[in-house]
Design a protein around this ligand. Structure first.
Ligand code: GDP
Length: 200
């Protein structure tokens, strides 16, 4: 299936979120994990460019994905602000705008959180805290490891196993925005979440 992507809006408060009438997929990860590059690879560079526009980096940026060629509205992708390296404190992140946690906890149509980690670096405290927090609010998530092209087959397997253990997950999908590795599997996971999602 091919999709066209349209920028909907940047939200800085819950009142600005788009109407919850399509399954939504949220993209999360610490700054520099490769989130923009992944969005680029999935839906085209428009998405990443919008999200990197000054003033929008601390917003949730929403994109509408419609099926080609008939234009049936299919998903909303929500690009969340990247979180910092070390400054994760009592809530998920002290740096994160206040409206992010309620979004993740309460958004009725949020079908899946794609949590990005870097396959080349050990699990970070912030990533563990985010996953623990998502578990605590009962939110479905998939952990996706970025920049897989930087590693050989053996190292890839080794790092995947180590990350799974540290993050406490059974499944971890490795992707590369650079080579396209794993993107088909990621699309399948997104489509599956979209089909199961309750919509209003
Ligand atoms: P963001 O801050 O999470 O949006 O991260 P970016 O997408 O801007 O990427 C951060 C850095 O990682 C950039 O230098 C990218 O070129 C690099 N990067 C992102 N994805 C990949 C990938 O799949 N492979 C490689 N080798 N580098 C990547």
């Amino acid at each position: 299936m091919r999709y066209t992507t349209q920028f909907l809006l940047s939200a800085m408060a819950a009142a600005q979120f788009p109407a919850p009438d399509l399954p939504e997929v949220a993209f999360l990860g610490r700054s520099n994990v490769g989130k923009s590059s992944l969005l680029n690879a999935l839906v085209g560079d428009k998405a990443a460019k919008v999200s990197q526009t000054p003033g929008r980096t601390r917003a949730i940026n929403f994109f509408l994905l419609s099926e080609e060629p008939k234009g049936k509205k299919r998903f909303i992708f929500a690009d969340l602000p990247g979180y910092g390296y070390a400054k994760i404190s009592k809530s998920i992140s002290a740096e994160w705008p206040k409206f992010i946690e309620p979004y993740l906890a309460d958004r009725p149509t949020l079908a899946l959180c794609i949590c990005l980690v870097d396959l080349n670096v050990p699990a970070q405290k912030g990533d563990m805290m985010l996953l623990d927090w998502l578990r605590s609010v009962g939110r479905d998530f998939a952990v996706v490891a970025t920049k897989a092209d930087r590693l050989s087959g053996n190292a890839r397997v080794r790092n995947l196993a180590a990350l799974k253990k540290s993050l406490g997950v059974n499944e971890l999908l490795a992707v590369s925005s650079k080579t396209g590795y794993g993107l088909k599997e990621l699309w399948a996971r997104i489509a599956e979440a979209g089909e199961d999602a309750p919509t209003e």
